[in-house]
Design a protein. Structure first.
Length: 324
């Protein structure tokens, strides 16, 4: 029996989705990339279009679609605050209705389906670092709720389809990830700092810069996602994937200034509502079940990311929202 599969990647032209498509195409699988191009770029997957085992479909997961596949990676959803707050109703529809549509497809096809969930399900955590057993501290009424609660509802749907309909699921909770093909205007801290530094602008820090994040390089993250999909069927998650090395936002800004050689100064603005003060994954389960831990140091990953930002023409990227 062939080990090659028909694989659907929703959000496949996005930052992480495009790298996932690239890996799966290289392994020889038949890959269908589905994307509505709200925050993604067709250029992210243009180099794959000539491959006989790659197909690109413009489609929104809010609408049903009928395909015959063996595996589904559900990566579809705006993931940066500037993007998901631009149209919050659309964001929560993407998470909830997208999950329903894809779980229905998985049930019909008897396909394995992976949900790209997020560390945002932990909200502004009261437990540090965050294990998968922590239930979170989320404001259901705030400006981040469309994303946080949408992803939490998607996890609920995945577990209920698994319990009630025996759908073969995987849930991964992704912590801050960075690398080449980040959208320059996504409003995330790494892309913001690099773009501002390369353009000679001052670097904007929200809050006093003491809040922490853990930055995982995209190659490490994609490796973990594929390992989870290929794990034994009793390993369904949720499983945290992220880098347990913790840095303050101010430390990141100073490192970007050093590595880009910019003369940018740090400027401080008020912290947005419900912005988490600390975020670091407990990756015990990933190490145990997937034999996974990130190997890329922040300085090495930033070097590759800065080189990519230098190589692109930023005028080819539109700011998808009026927020940035």
């Amino acid at each position: 029996m062939s080990s090659l599969k028909r694989i659907l990647v929703t959000g496949g032209a996005g930052f992480l989705g495009s790298h996932l498509c690239e890996r799966l195409v290289a392994q020889g699988h038949d890959v269908i990339c589905l994307d509505n191009f709200f925050t993604s770029q067709k250029s992210n997957v243009a180099h794959l279009l000539e491959k006989p085992n790659f197909e690109l479909i413009r489609h929104d997961v809010i609408q049903p679609i009928f395909l015959e596949v063996d595996e589904i990676y559900n990566m579809a959803c705006p993931a940066a605050p500037g993007h998901y707050q631009y149209n919050p109703i659309k964001t929560i529809k993407t998470s909830v209705m997208g999950a329903i549509n894809l779980l229905g497809m998985a049930k019909r096809c008897r396909a394995k389906v992976l949900q790209a969930s997020t560390s945002e399900v932990y909200g502004d955590p009261e437990v540090h670092p965050q294990p998968e057993t922590y239930r979170g501290s989320v404001n259901p009424l705030g400006p981040r709720a469309c994303y946080d609660e949408g992803k939490r509802a998607a996890e609920t749907l995945f577990m209920d389809y698994h319990r009630m309909n025996k759908v073969n699921i995987r849930i991964v909770r992704i912590f801050n990830t960075y690398g080449p093909r980040m959208h320059p205007y996504d409003g995330r801290v790494v892309s913001n700092f690099i773009r501002q530094a390369l353009q000679g602008q001052n670097i904007t820090i929200f809050g006093d810069g003491s809040q922490t994040r853990s930055f995982c390089y995209r190659d490490d993250l994609i490796e973990g996602i594929i390992r989870l999909m290929n794990a034994p069927d009793n390993v369904i998650g949720p499983i945290n994937l992220g880098n347990p090395d913790e840095f303050t936002i101010k430390e990141l800004a100073e490192l970007v200034i050093e590595m880009t050689g910019t003369k940018s100064k740090l400027v401080y603005q008020p912290l947005p509502q419900d912005d988490p003060t600390r975020r670091r994954p407990d990756i015990t389960l990933a190490q145990k079940h997937l034999e996974w831990r990130p190997t890329t140091k922040l300085r090495d990953g930033l070097q590759k990311t800065i080189e990519w930002f230098r190589s692109i023409d930023m005028t080819h990227y539109r700011a998808p929202t009026p927020n940035y």
